[in-house]
Design a protein around this ligand. Structure first.
Ligand SMILES: NC(=O)c1ccc[n+]([C@@H]2O[C@H](COP(=O)([O-])OP(=O)(O)OC[C@H]3O[C@@H](n4cnc5c(N)ncnc54)[C@H](OP(=O)(O)O)[C@@H]3O)[C@@H](O)[C@H]2O)c1
Length: 234
């Protein structure tokens, strides 16, 4: 597709990987809406990027519906949904409270499903569209303390396959992107240590992958893209 004047909606576009994706799509000529819960962070990002801001929590159905109303009122159309908003809780199974699992699944799985459902309704009507789900290498193999987060990303990966099977006949391209470790605020927010250095991935590498897979001619698409740092030093 040609990104010039395309309309993209990036959930969690106020920080980290989502913000880098929004910046890259805008630099390619797209018109971009970003979402996030924290209004101050969202406003700052929208102003810096030249994006349209919608304060919304993907885990709340009313917020999801309002997001589409506001984006369609602003741009009149939608071409791309990037389901990027995500959070993590990392604890041994024996310390994992149901509320931890619920909160991670509410954003990473139910939020992505509600955002994807509304996008699919719009895309089916116009017989084309693009959905990119940002999962993780946590969605392809398990690890200690990963019940909530890794489980949510495995779920998102499976859901992506179902959407792909359902939506291809409507010319909707459903694509999965799996970043490995990226230097963002994600780890600090989740309360886990992260050693940042120049050898590790930035949001820009993930944004590059997103732009590249979108720009393929609409007759084709890559189903899954996994991004590794070349030689990450911990
Ligand atoms: N960083 C990594 O190493 C890494 C690796 C693989 C995959 N990922 C995935 O990449 C995605 C982005 O992560 P990141 O590293 O960029 O994290 P981040 O820096 O913490 O940014 C997360 C973004 O999502 C928003 N957000 C969180 N919960 C939300 C909700 N319920 N509704 C709407 N927005 C919400 C945040 O804003 P508010 O808090 O203001 O809502 C923020 O804009 C996530 O899905 C994550 O699982 C990250």
């Amino acid at each position: 597709m040609n990104l010039k004047n395309a309309v993209a909606l990036v959930t969690g576009g106020s920080a980290g990987i989502g913000r880098a994706i929004a910046r890259t799509l805008i630099a390619s000529g797209a018109r971009v809406a970003i979402t996030g819960r924290n209004l101050e962070k969202l406003k700052e990002a929208a102003q810096a990027l030249g994006a349209f801001a919608v304060q919304a929590d993907v885990s709340k159905e009313a917020d999801v519906e309002r997001t589409y109303r506001e984006v369609l009122a602003q741009f009149g159309d939608l071409d791309i949904l990037v389901n990027n908003a995500g959070i993590g809780v990392f604890k041994p199974l024996v310390d994992m409270e149901p509320a931890h699992v619920e909160s991670v699944f509410a954003t990473n799985v139910f939020g992505a499903v509600m955002m994807g459902r509304a996008a699919a309704k719009h895309f089916i009507q116009r017989n084309r569209g693009n959905i990119i789900n940002i999962a993780s290498t946590a969605g392809v193999r398990g690890a200690p303390n990963g019940t909530a987060y890794y489980g949510s990303k495995f779920a998102l990966r499976g859901i992506t396959e179902c959407w792909r099977a359902e939506l291809r006949k409507h010319n909707i391209r459903v694509m999965l992107v799996n970043p490995s470790e990226v230097i963002t605020d994600f780890a600090a927010t989740a309360g886990i240590p992260q050693k940042a250095n120049e050898s590790k991935l930035r949001g820009e590498e993930i944004a590059h992958a997103v732009k590249a897979i979108l720009e393929m001619d609409d007759r084709g698409f890559t189903i899954e893209t996994t991004v590794f740092a070349t030689n990450p030093i911990d």
